[in-house]
Write a protein that binds this ligand. Structure first.
Ligand code: HEM
Length: 270
């Protein structure tokens, strides 16, 4: 895994007029911040356990559910159609398989996410409804990030969790993409072909920065949730947070519920 210093080699190179170059430059600082969140640093060091991975998967599931439903709904929009690659990129079904693997067949009842994930999801829904051209910023942040780090992060996850096969690791696998680098080039050229007014282009760049920040907030919330859980060590006698359907969530982890109520996080149980 490349380090914070090396991840962005072209930081000081001139930025051209292509959207793909501008978006990379605009989010450079936010990318470094994302890489250096406690959760991502631990991840890169191979310090992720099953409990941490499960809550991360839950949040990714909710994020991709919103992103991909909005992409599908806006598939023919002129700013979305060129970067709409459901066969190659869609992550939702892969996440569903992974969640079923780790949480069991009733995984839908156990999905649990912090407030930051709900905020991210709400923003995706709002953009899909009101400004579909901004979806390019969100799709860029998630899909090009996944394609860039996917293989390495998949290996780290496999090793950290002590998994012998690839079951539970569908999220990292892109069977429809034979060469991530070539695909990223194609994706960038499609982005560059999207017709945007100057105002829209500025808004897309701003949205990409927001998209990174929403990811950072999710990682920070998850880390807080996990810290409290670890501190309580699952020994807490407190009941689950008020208003929760008690049993399925409690089955997932009593400690998580305590953590969520402690940090004022939202919860989403299906
Ligand atoms: C474990 C932490 C991370 C590491 C080590 C990492 C590392 C990298 C590396 C090495 C690249 C390729 C850079 C290049 O080709 O110039 C990259 C690209 C990218 N990463 Fe990350 N990354 C991390 C986390 C994230 C996160 C959390 C996001 C967003 C949610 C993200 C979004 C992106 C995007 C959008 C690109 C494509 C950049 C472009 O070519 O325009 N990364 N990352």
């Amino acid at each position: 895994m490349e380090t914070m210093k090396s991840a962005r080699k072209n930081h000081f190179e001139a930025v051209g007029s292509d959207l793909s170059e501008q978006i990379k430059a605009a989010t450079n600082h936010n990318h470094i911040r994302a890489e250096n969140t406690e959760l991502m640093l631990n991840y890169q060091k191979g310090q992720i356990n099953l409990q941490q991975y499960k809550v991360l998967l839950c949040s990714l599931y909710e994020i991709y559910r919103a992103l991909e439903e909005e992409m599908d709904r806006n598939a023919s929009h002129p700013a979305v159609a060129p970067i709409y690659f459901p066969q190659e990129l869609a992550r939702l079904e892969a996440l569903e398989r992974d969640l079923e693997h780790f949480l069991g067949s009733d995984w839908r009842k156990k999905v649990i996410v912090p407030a930051a994930t709900l905020r991210y999801q709400q923003r995706l829904r709002q953009v899909g409804r009101e400004n579909p051209e901004l979806l390019v910023a969100h799709a860029y942040t998630r899909y090009l990030g996944d394609l860039s780090g996917g293989v390495v992060l998949g290996k780290i996850t496999q090793k950290s969790l002590g998994l012998s096969g690839t079951e539970g690791l569908s999220f990292f696998s892109f069977p429809g993409v034979s060469s991530p680098n070539r695909f990223k080039q194609l994706y960038r050229s499609r982005m560059n072909g999207i017709e945007l007014t100057e105002k829209q282009r500025a808004e897309v760049l701003e949205e990409a920065v927001l998209s990174f920040e929403l990811n950072i907030q999710v990682f920070d919330d998850l880390q807080k949730m996990l810290n409290v859980t670890t501190e309580s060590g699952g020994r807490s006698k407190r009941p689950a947070a008020a208003g929760l359907p008690a049993s399925p969530i409690v089955q997932l982890a009593v400690g998580l519920c305590v953590a969520l109520s402690a940090i004022g996080a939202g919860i989403y149980a299906m």
